[in-house]
Design a protein around this ligand. Structure first.
Ligand code: F6P
Length: 545
């Protein structure tokens, strides 16, 4: 079935035109004045859902802006497209696939039909298989080839088959079984594998080979290296069954690799790699935190799914986040978006979001294949606070670029230690305040600053941020947070009228790398037909390797 999309090009939609004119007025306005004019702004421009509180008052917006952004979402058919996604329509049109990460966290009694089949029972069947396996590993019942208990889990995967698992493991470490060691190998650089296993005992090590396609060069290379490493000590081919499991949609390739498909955890083509952390790709997470906590995380995702699907756009957290980023990207020339979690456990969250947001929305044509005449795909980046404050915040405060920031913090710490948490949170609020209101030349002068130094010490302010607060980092809170961004990315993609679920942009590099690999390895140095730069680099490498 063809999805409802807006037939009017983005820049011709009435709300877009109104926003353009409106932005010309807003650009000249300072957050200081907006706050002065409306003393209730800080309480009013907020939204709360499922325990996540969003303060978006420190954005360069007025009620009129929000009204127009919501109109833009409506004119872009955000509602219709959301329904199409949740109903299993093939909205990933270039791959002719449904986009159903929401089915991965749907309760058992729901029905989501793809190609005439309700996929929810299948999802729960795999979850149950994962839980049984995770429990066997956690309890020590699953033994290695020599009869030893498994103590080390090594996830081999890349992109969505790595970033979700590693982010979730780090985020939920507090809930993890501490007598198990977790490692994540992704890079084809041999150092990644070598360092991951150098202190591990092979008898006690289980490899999870995570790859949707089971053909990804990096993952297959690492998996073969792992197999050789394991068999060098364990000798017997039979050991593979005890030390390797596969997570994939491709049973044929899994069997070819030598993993018994009994030890395979499946998922489906309607789960995109960067949306797969709730599928079997999350097996390492489930082993780490246990099935109960994993289910709690899924419930968190689902709660945000329901919120996104049913809440009016004015109060809809993912929609607001997505629309605000459209506002800055399109009308303020913002190139990037900083994501700044003030929670050490979320240290890999920005890296995770980079794939989620940039692989999804880094597109140059619309769904119809027409070249876009606007910007798409903001650049997401960030580091946990307070570390970032001592490296790149200078540029956010006093540089020449506008960088909207998302601050993320929790009321409670999982490791309450003296004054640490109050200090941490004080920094979140202080940074957002400083960015918005800055410090005028008069204020700087009044502090006795010599005239020549005044300009250097002025903070212009008027730099936008969102503050997202939640109670404490639980598995459910993580689920809500990730789903918040997933649906914000979806919102952006709908406005931009692009396919947020394909990733053709990674293909060309893969093809060229395969060709060049042959040229680097071949003994008889084949003739090169590249540009002069690439040819020169290949020759240099051949000479010096
Ligand atoms: O980078 C391209 C990509 O296809 C990602 O979308 C995906 O997450 C990653 O490669 C890994 O793919 P696979 O799980 O098939 O190994």
């Amino acid at each position: 079935m063809q999805t409802a999309t807006s037939s009017t090009p983005l820049v011709d939609r009435p709300a877009w035109k109104s926003l353009k004119a409106h932005a010309d007025q807003i650009r000249g306005r300072h957050l200081r004045d907006l706050f002065k004019e409306d003393p209730t702004r800080g309480e009013r421009l907020t939204a709360e859902a499922e325990g996540l509180f969003l303060d978006y008052s420190k954005n360069r917006v007025t009620d009129e802006t929000l009204k127009l952004l919501v109109q833009l979402a409506e004119q872009s058919k955000l509602r219709e497209r959301t329904e199409a996604m949740f109903n299993g329509e093939k909205i990933n049109i270039t791959e002719n696939r449904a986009v159903l990460h929401v089915a991965l966290r749907a309760p058992k009694n729901e029905s989501i039909v793809v190609d005439g089949e309700n996929v929810v029972p299948e999802v729960h069947k795999v979850l149950e298989k994962m839980a049984a396996f995770a429990n066997r590993v956690r309890s020590g019942e699953w033994r290695g080839h020599t009869g030893k208990r498994i103590r080390n889990i090594v996830n081999i995967g890349i992109g969505g088959s790595d970033l979700g698992p590693v982010m979730a493991y780090e985020a939920l470490k507090h809930y993890s079984q501490r007598d198990l060691t977790f490692r994540f190998v992704s890079n084809v650089d041999g150092t990644d594998f070598a360092e991951a296993v150098q202190d591990l005992n092979v008898d006690e090590t289980l490899f999870l080979v995570a790859s949707k396609t089971f053909t990804t060069l990096e993952t297959m290379t690492n998996a073969h290296t792992a197999r050789e490493w394991a068999l060098k000590s364990l000798g017997d081919e039979k050991a593979v069954a005890k030390h390797f499991v596969a997570i994939s949609t491709n049973a044929k390739e899994v069997a070819k690799f030598g993993i018994d498909t009994e030890n395979m955890f499946g998922f489906w083509d309607w789960v995109g790699g960067r949306y797969s952390m709730d599928s079997a790709i999350g097996l390492s997470t489930m082993i780490a935190i246990g099935p109960e906590n994993f289910n709690e995380m899924l419930a968190g995702f689902h709660a945000m799914d329901v919120h996104f699907r049913t809440t009016p756009l004015e109060k809809n957290l993912p929609a607001l986040l997505g629309l605000l980023s459209i506002w800055y990207t399109e009308f303020f020339d913002a190139q990037t978006q900083a994501v700044l979690p003030y929670e050490q456990y979320l240290k890999r969250f920005p890296a995770y979001l980079q794939q989620l947001t940039m692989e999804s929305n880094g597109k140059h044509v619309t769904l119809d294949g027409a070249k876009v005449n606007y910007q798409t795909g903001q650049i997401y980046w960030g580091e946990p606070g307070t570390n970032g404050q001592h490296s790149f915040y200078q540029l956010i405060h006093q540089g020449t670029r506008l960088i909207p920031c998302d601050f993320i913090a929790f009321y409670k710490s999982l490791n309450p230690l003296g004054r640490h948490h109050d200090m941490l949170v004080a920094n979140v609020f202080a940074q957002a305040e400083a960015l918005a209101f800055g410090k005028t030349a008069e204020q700087v002068k009044a502090e006795g600053t010599p005239d020549w130094l005044v300009p250097h010490r002025v903070f212009e302010g008027n730099r936008p941020s969102n503050t997202i607060l939640a109670d404490v980092l639980t598995p459910a809170a993580l689920g809500k947070l990730v789903a918040l961004y997933e649906h914000a990315v979806f919102t952006q993609g709908v406005i931009w009228n692009i396919d947020s679920f394909d990733q053709w942009g990674v293909e060309l590099g893969k093809v060229l790398a395969t060709k060049i690999l042959g040229e680097l390895e071949s003994k008889d140095k084949p003739k090169l037909d590249h540009d002069s730069s690439t040819t020169n680099l290949i020759e240099l490498y051949r000479k010096n390797k």
